[in-house]
Design a protein around this ligand. Sequence first.
Ligand code: COA
Length: 373
Amino acid sequence: MTTPGYKPGLEDVIAGQTALCEVEQTGLRYRGYDIADLAEHATFDEVAHLLLHGALPNRGQLAEFRTRVQAAMTLPEPVRRVMAELPVETNPMDVLRTVVSMLGHHDPDVNDNSHAANLRKAERLLGQMAAAVGGWGQRISGHGSVRIDPQASHGGNLLALILGKSPDPLFSRVLDGTLILYAEHEFNASTFTARVIASTLADMHGAIAGAIAALKGPLHGGANEAAMRMFQEIGSVENVEPWFRRALGEKRKIMGFGHRVYKHGDHRASILREWSIQLTAKTGQKKWIDIADKLQALMLKEKNIHPNTDYPAAHAYFQMGIPVPLYTPIFVASRVSGWCAHVIEQHDDNRLFRPRSEYTGPGLRKVSPIDQR
Ligand SMILES: CC(C)(COP(=O)(O)OP(=O)(O)OC[C@H]1O[C@@H](n2cnc3c(N)ncnc32)[C@H](O)[C@@H]1OP(=O)(O)O)[C@@H](O)C(=O)NCCC(=O)NCCS
């Protein structure tokens, strides 16, 4: 017996209100701006400002915002020490979760949930997450440190930190663009996690640590890494069909496909596929897109399931030389803007999340004395 109205996975359930983002089958908007418009005409810094402060910045506001965010791109010494001491095999998402927890201990506003303090913490976290992803990139690749370029975009600086060198301008633009596409997506699993935590009036760092834990899973943010490993496992265009038939036979989920909301395609994926094609002019690595396109055609024909953003993100990041374990952390470096904006929205107009469950266990029983069990 199922309780009327119960929706497994809360599918299609409206669990709250937000002014941040509108997800529709026909498109995606951040505070009313179409994602394609933002991807073409804005930088991630401008989009992060839009999400956190409610409006696209003018030149002066943008310069001030970037100065504040970049000032936070140096992690406190104790946090750097812990990052240096963690085993190098640690999952980078677990590293970020630990880093955010530690950053809370060093944040002067940690216990202040006011709008102004939350904004200060959000801007710091934006810079700190880029520094942490870049720092871990440095740790696993062993390259030297890189100076933040005050003129570069957030994506450009993040990529320089990850690669240990000044990146190609096209790579910087594409990476920055992926940050725009990843920045916000209403009540997805990680954002909902952050809002539930914030709704207890817990602090922003706790909410973001929880969100990172939720994003790690392969059904959510972890799909971009899983998609790249899948392309590598397939290896060649000729192997796509045999691999696909085998995967179907084994009832495997094909990573980077499907979406809880978008059932007719993810707009972000189409934008990013185009950018990834542009990258091939520099990298000569069209093979991954050919594999992806062939698999996409088979998935559509056989299962009528479309790719999501993580699918082209995988081959775009690979072409830029980004280590695969950093793909989901890059998602964090972007989505932290959306998460923080949601925490602010939740704290500004809060009601505790406390849904009910349907009980499926045994009926009323008596406790028998321990010797008789
Ligand atoms: C994103 C996702 C979790 C959405 O899940 P959902 O809304 O709960 O949809 P379901 O998992 O119930 O899928 C519905 C049907 O489509 C199938 N399906 C969905 N995504 C699939 C995929 N990637 N590969 C193969 N089959 C898939 C399911 O097997 C199910 O088939 P069934 O009805 O015959 O059992 C799911 O599509 C998925 O696991 N995708 C792969 C991971 C991924 O790319 N995640 C990133 C999301 S942005």
